[in-house]
Write a new protein. Structure first.
Length: 370
């Protein structure tokens, strides 16, 4: 049988954190860094005077106390009837009244906004054009969102007979609603999550999101295992810490891959790995014998998968196959028309700007004879 396997960073399907829509890349990076700092400070057992000053400064900087604000990128969700983190005194003075993590109940969270309707439709258009039998989806809100997108967007664009009868997603470690999920036309017969796998050096969960293992039933009783990934971004945070985390993630994925190989010869590592082919994390994976789909002789396109894709520095999305599976690859390509890059290639007619593009990632896919 011929089966098409794909991976696509959809950048969410219906709703996305407001901060991600900021056109100013530096402002977006700084906002996310400040949010991460706030979350870290709020986890302190005891809030020192310096902690309280830093927390208050971030809350005021982003207008967090103003519940009527249409632009604040995040909020502090305090449970009703519980002790409070802060109070706003007459005159607008903000005071941190909790003395530590155990002294109030709540959390900080990014505020989502609805995605442009044209962008939603263009995301569906990319998926319909690729028409994969098994599609790994990166940056998706939750499983019910997969189901709603399937029913409300893909059914219209692909037809009821070609929509996906199976989908699955396990909420991962990222609170922003950017999880790793799966659409499939073949039954999903088993799932393994790795959200609790620890980083040996830090003891924290090693995966920023998860490395879900999906077992897909093929014809003739064969089993295909998809290991989905979304490694730590380079976009914000300490670059050294981020690089070390991607290295640890790759090392753990390599171990999970080796275990999966004991169950099946048909194993795929897929997703947005946020690093280039010459990086240490990618070399860690390739050293296991995994082979990159875009290295197949059938692929003749541009080297990258992100934005214009003109450079290997823009290659961060991967389909990597176990050796026996790689031998069965027939064709490989990238669907880029959902990306807005007017000076590089022609997008779908409905992709008229960055605000209507499906994603700034292309959808990578491969056909295999299994």
């Amino acid at each position: 049988m011929t089966i098409r396997i794909a991976t696509f960073n959809t950048e969410n399907l219906f709703r996305r954190p407001r901060v991600f829509a900021l056109a100013d890349e530096e402002k977006r990076r700084k906002t996310l860094e400040d949010f991460a700092t706030l979350v870290s400070l709020l986890d302190h057992a005891t809030y020192t005077t310096a902690d309280k000053k830093a927390i208050a400064a971030i809350l005021k900087k982003y207008d967090v106390p103003n519940n009527q604000s249409k632009t604040r990128p995040f909020l502090v969700n305090e449970t009703r009837g519980g002790a409070k983190l802060f109070s706003v005194k007459q005159g607008g003075t903000l005071e941190i009244v909790a003395d530590g993590r155990a002294k109030w109940v709540g959390w900080a969270e990014l505020i989502p906004d609805d995605i442009n309707r044209d962008s939603v439709q263009n995301t569906g258009r990319v998926i319909a054009e690729v028409d994969a039998d098994v599609l790994l989806t990166v940056e998706v809100e939750d499983r019910l969102t997969l189901e709603r997108f399937n029913e409300q967007v893909l059914t219209d664009q692909m037809g009821p007979k070609k929509r996906y009868p199976f989908n699955m997603l396990i909420d991962g470690n990222d609170s922003r609603g950017i999880d790793v999920g799966l659409f499939s036309r073949r039954p999903i017969t088993a799932i393994r999550s790795h959200i609790f796998d620890p980083d040996p050096k830090t003891g924290r969960p090693v995966f920023s999101r998860d490395c879900p293992e999906f077992e897909i039933e093929l014809e003739g009783g064969k089993r295909l295992w998809i290991l989905g990934n979304h490694f730590k971004s380079k976009g914000f945070g300490n670059p050294t810490d981020s690089a070390n985390r991607r290295k640890a993630q790759a090392k753990r994925v390599a171990q999970i891959y080796e275990e999966a190989r004991k169950r099946s010869a048909h194993v795929v590592v897929a997703g947005d790995l946020n690093d280039t082919p010459d990086s240490v994390p990618l070399q860690t994976l390739l050293d296991t014998g995994l082979q990159d789909a875009m290295s197949h002789s059938s692929y003749t396109g541009e080297p990258g998968t992100y934005e214009t894709g003109q450079s290997l520095k823009q290659k961060i999305d991967y389909l990597m196959f176990s050796p026996g599976l790689f031998k069965r690859v027939q064709a490989v390509d990238v669907e880029r028309r959902g990306v807005f890059a007017p000076h590089t290639f022609k997008s779908f007619p409905t992709v008229t700007g960055k605000d209507t593009e499906a994603s700034d990632h292309g959808a990578l896919y491969a056909d295999l004879d299994i």
